[in-house]
Design a protein around this ligand. Structure first.
Ligand SMILES: C[S@@+](CC[C@H](N)C(=O)[O-])C[C@H]1O[C@@H](n2cnc3c(N)ncnc32)[C@H](O)[C@@H]1O
Length: 270
């Protein structure tokens, strides 16, 4: 199984520090500069592993789901037309974020969850595990192959029945949910980055998130591109615009957590 590509500010920084260290060795670097590089590596590189090792472990069902997702060759699936869009195993949110989402669901006493962009349903399953018996989660997923894969994984779990996957464009699903009068305590946004602002506006304007409810938004640091690291892509620019709009919105309280690729917690206060 191939290694995961670095897709977070910390993992990208760690990789660059390794390159810097190698370059220093090749150049015969010694003394203060070499010691400084060693100290930077020691600060950054073990952090992800430390966080994982000192947080609650994922359930066996979540571990199995991650293993199956990583075992699939997503690029081959795309090339032969099985998936409708290019997907990759790095999209899966993972153990640390899964634990945080579970904790937030439990602390807020959430009963109704909406997830936008569910891929193989790692976060759906993590959050469903923290829901009470009567709790439900609606997951919006564009790609039928990913949705089918997720459905098979969920079927093997004790809480899978709480999750309902809606296949198709999330905006169409949101519009249908609004018409049916749905309202959620908790929303997790993790779909196409270019539409983040539209999703945000829709969720609030259509009253899909209750006042007092929590919206968690993934990838809000976008590999550091939002604060000027690396070359900015279309997605990076969209997330930067999204962050600016949320910052300016007086109707929400917000905090960006530097966990993984950035997770913004947004509480609707008006
Ligand atoms: C980063 S992944 C989601 C990861 C997932 N939340 C997890 O915890 O593992 C993004 C997902 O959004 C889906 N997606 C992209 N555009 C979408 C759209 N317009 N409507 C619904 N889903 C979409 C992709 O197919 C992909 O599966």
């Amino acid at each position: 199984m191939s290694e995961l590509r670095p897709v977070t500010p910390l993992s990208i920084l760690s990789k660059k520090l390794s390159e810097l260290k190698d370059l220093g060795s090749k150049m015969g670097l010694e003394g203060e500069l070499s010691k400084l590089i060693e100290e930077c590596c020691a600060l950054a590189q073990p952090l992800d592993q430390y966080l994982a090792e000192h947080s609650t472990k994922a359930s066996p069902a979540l571990i199995a789901l991650e293993k199956h997702t990583n075992a699939l060759d997503w690029e081959a699936a795309f090339q032969k037309g099985a998936t409708s869009i290019r997907l990759e195993k790095e999209m899966l949110s993972g153990a640390l974020e899964g634990q945080l989402l579970q904790m937030l669901v439990a602390l807020t006493g959430t009963k109704r969850i909406l997830e936008i962009g569910s891929f193989t349903s790692y976060a759906s399953l993590a959050m469903a595990e923290a829901l009470p018996e009567e709790g439900t989660l609606i997951a919006c997923e564009y790609d039928p192959f990913a949705a089918d894969f997720a459905q098979q994984q969920l079927a093997n779990t004790p809480v899978g029945k709480k999750v309902k996957i809606q296949v198709g464009e999330a905006l169409a699903t949101l519009s249908a949910l609004q018409k049916e009068g749905y309202s959620f305590d908790f929303v997790f946004l993790d779909a196409d980055k270019e539409n983040y602002l539209t999703y945000y506006q829709t969720i609030l304007e259509a009253e899909l998130l209750k006042v007092g409810g929590l919206l968690c938004v993934d990838n809000t640091l976008y590999m550091g591109q939002v604060y000027g690291a690396g070359e900015q892509t279309k997605n990076g620019a969209a997330i930067e615009a999204f962050n600016k709009a949320v910052k300016a919105d007086p109707n929400v309280q917000k905090v960006i957590l530097p966990i993984r690729d950035g997770l913004t917690l947004i509480r609707r206060i008006a």
